[in-house]
Design a protein around this ligand. Structure first.
Ligand SMILES: *[C@@H]1O[C@H](CO)[C@@H](O)[C@H](O)[C@H]1NC(C)=O
Ligand SMILES: *[C@@H]1O[C@H](CO)[C@@H](O)[C@H](O)[C@H]1NC(C)=O
Ligand SMILES: *[C@@H]1O[C@H](CO)[C@@H](O)[C@H](O)[C@H]1NC(C)=O
Ligand SMILES: *[C@@H]1O[C@H](CO)[C@@H](O)[C@H](O)[C@H]1NC(C)=O
Ligand SMILES: *[C@@H]1O[C@H](CO)[C@@H](O)[C@H](O)[C@H]1NC(C)=O
Ligand SMILES: *[C@@H]1O[C@H](CO)[C@@H](O)[C@H](O)[C@H]1NC(C)=O
Length: 509
């Protein structure tokens, strides 16, 4: 098996050069013509954002900085203002959880004694070797065969197709004790099950079925952290469910992070909540009153930054909170907002999609240049939702989807968010001069093919929940954003495993 340098795995690299040269020429043109008073950045840390703003403004979404004229991107943004009825309000309920996350498992050790149905003898000890865990070697040898047949080292994981897999999912709703009820589609009465059985088949290689023991071995003595929004939680729980099949971890969480410890390999899986990945506060700033969130696009979120030196792998998830009502702040000044902008404040300079791109650049630049962080930082690309025919609260629906599709139903908002995220990633990658390695986990397109993978109306145990369309064809309230467990999101962790394996096994650098 031959392997290229892991640098080549960075799927953004291919397009970087051309886009960069366009950016540079456009930006310099713009700079020579345009007034530089839009933002008077002078510090080195923000100067790149200046360049980003100008080039993105002129190149990617024309006139995007004007609040009224950004038709194209604005019209598909789900309306997340706080006016909906909370009980019917999927996104608010799910994407906008309470900061303390009280309803989620694992934050509070003493109140989250989760009984593991599989490993009753967890307490009976392990001396820290894998031999002690109840291993069997079927999976490992299967993968061994596969790796002889396919090039597992370098191929593009993110272009391919979904194929039906008789082997079924890596766990079930009954064999994993940490499925959040909203993602427990089977437990919530979803009638079809086929969506659990599709494997991702990259064009030029095999994505191995995840072998939990190999994963733990690869992560021996290491910490893997998921940082971000509820989609980060979704992925973290998927990984826990997969690993749980061979070992029940110890809950070592505290108020500031959820943490699960696997004794056999001293591996920790961590999750830290961060809605935007950048700092935010409810305190009033300028024209933005108390209450509305002020999102500081140029300040990384302190809730996780202080912990990153301890992380070997850091998976970042953000995007959907940029659809929520908030004010955007750069260098202490309010520069824009989402579903909020005072009429007398002149033109909005940064809208929500621009804000997303800037936040990604800020966070990643800061991680990449943190001298204490020497690990692998992975940006998991924007997770596509599948509200068709409307937004989450305007009749959008994924009801009745039971199979993958072969063509992505394009969403202007998803496409724009994705391009802003890639833009932010590239800027950060160019500026990176620390020891960190950066990767872009490019799941947006493959998962655009999985409208069947969401809970839809099966998002709670409520026996009276509406699951059918009403008399006028209106769909029931539903979640077409998070992913059922088991379900397609398990594939993210197979991709993650493969990315980590390539990074670690091919040596660093
Ligand atoms: C940031 O704001 C402060 C005052 O609030 C100002 O002195 C400084 O020049 C600003 N920096 C940039 C880069 O605009
Ligand atoms: C907004 O979109 C409509 C139709 O999509 C178009 O006719 C109009 O010119 C657009 N307005 C601006 C300011 O771009
Ligand atoms: C958002 O939805 C609420 C209620 O569903 C509606 O009153 C409000 O006008 C909408 N706002 C926007 C900006 O579409
Ligand atoms: C968090 O949730 C608790 C109870 O569920 C509620 O009382 C509190 O107001 C919430 N806090 C925020 C910031 O939403
Ligand atoms: C955990 O929960 C228990 C009871 O629910 C509570 O007494 C304790 O203070 C909590 N601990 C933390 C760290 O939140
Ligand atoms: C798992 O799903 C089945 C239906 O497939 C359901 O009968 C069972 O109650 C669910 N178990 C849990 C723990 O949700």
């Amino acid at each position: 098996m031959t392997m290229d340098s892991p640098r080549n795995q960075n799927s953004a690299v291919g397009v970087r050069r051309t886009v960069t040269s366009i950016l540079i020429s456009v930006a310099s043109l713009v700079l020579s013509l345009v007034v530089v008073s839009l933002f008077a950045f002078s510090s080195p840390s923000t100067s790149s954002q200046f360049g980003y703003l100008i080039s993105a403004d002129k190149l990617i979404v024309p006139r995007v900085v004007s609040g009224k004229s950004n038709n194209d991107t604005q019209k598909e943004i789900p309306n997340l203002s706080n006016e909906g009825t909370p009980s019917e309000n999927v996104i608010q309920e799910v994407v906008i959880p309470n900061q303390t996350d009280k309803n989620e498992p694992g934050l509070n050790e003493s109140s989250n004694e989760i009984k593991d149905p599989l490993t009753k003898n967890e307490e009976s000890g392990s001396d820290g070797t894998l031999n002690e865990s109840p291993l069997d070697s079927k999976e490992a040898s299967r993968e061994g065969e596969l790796s002889e047949k396919y090039d597992l080292g370098t191929c593009d994981l993110y272009h391919g197709k979904w194929v039906y897999d008789e082997m079924g999912p890596l766990y079930t709703n009954n064999s994993c004790p940490v499925i959040t009820q909203m993602q427990n589609c089977q437990g919530n009465g979803r009638p079809d099950k086929g969506y659990e059985n599709w494997r991702w088949q990259p064009n030029k290689c095999q994505l191995p079925r995840l072998d939990p023991r190999r994963f733990l071995e690869l992560m021996r003595g290491k910490t893997l952290a998921f940082v971000g929004d509820s989609v980060a939680r979704n992925q973290m729980e998927s990984l826990l469910c997969i690993l749980w099949q061979v070992e029940a971890p110890k809950n070592r969480g505290n108020k500031r992070m959820q943490k699960w410890f696997f004794r056999s390999t001293s591996t920790s899986i961590v999750r830290i909540w961060s809605s935007w990945l950048v700092h935010h506060t409810p305190d009033p700033i300028g024209p933005a009153p108390q209450g509305i969130d002020k999102v500081f696009l140029d300040v990384p979120d302190e809730t996780f930054m202080e912990f990153i030196p301890a992380f070997s792998v850091l998976v970042l998830s953000s995007g959907h909170w940029f659809a929520k009502k908030s004010a955007y702040v750069i260098n202490g000044t309010v520069v824009g907002g989402q579903l909020w902008w005072p009429k007398d404040s002149g033109e909005m300079r940064v809208n929500n999609v621009e804000a997303f791109g800037i936040s990604v650049e800020t966070v990643l630049t800061s991680i990449a240049n943190d001298p204490k962080f020497t690990g692998l930082a992975i940006v998991r690309s924007y997770s596509p939702d599948h509200y068709e025919g409307g937004a989450w609260n305007t009749g959008g629906s994924c009801t009745g989807k039971v199979e993958p599709v072969t063509e992505v139903v394009r969403s202007g908002f998803t496409d724009t968010m994705y391009s802003k995220q890639i833009g932010g990633f590239k800027k950060a990658a160019e500026e990176a001069n620390g020891k960190a390695r950066l990767k872009f986990m490019d799941i947006t397109e493959p998962f655009g093919l999985r409208p069947d993978g969401h809970p839809g109306p099966y998002r709670s145990l409520d026996p009276n929940k509406k699951t059918k369309r009403g008399p006028n064809g209106e769909p029931p309230p539903q979640d077409c954003l998070h992913w059922c467990m088991p379900g397609p999101i398990d594939t993210w962790n197979e991709m993650l495993f493969e990315e980590i394996r390539r990074e670690f096994e091919t040596g660093k650098g």
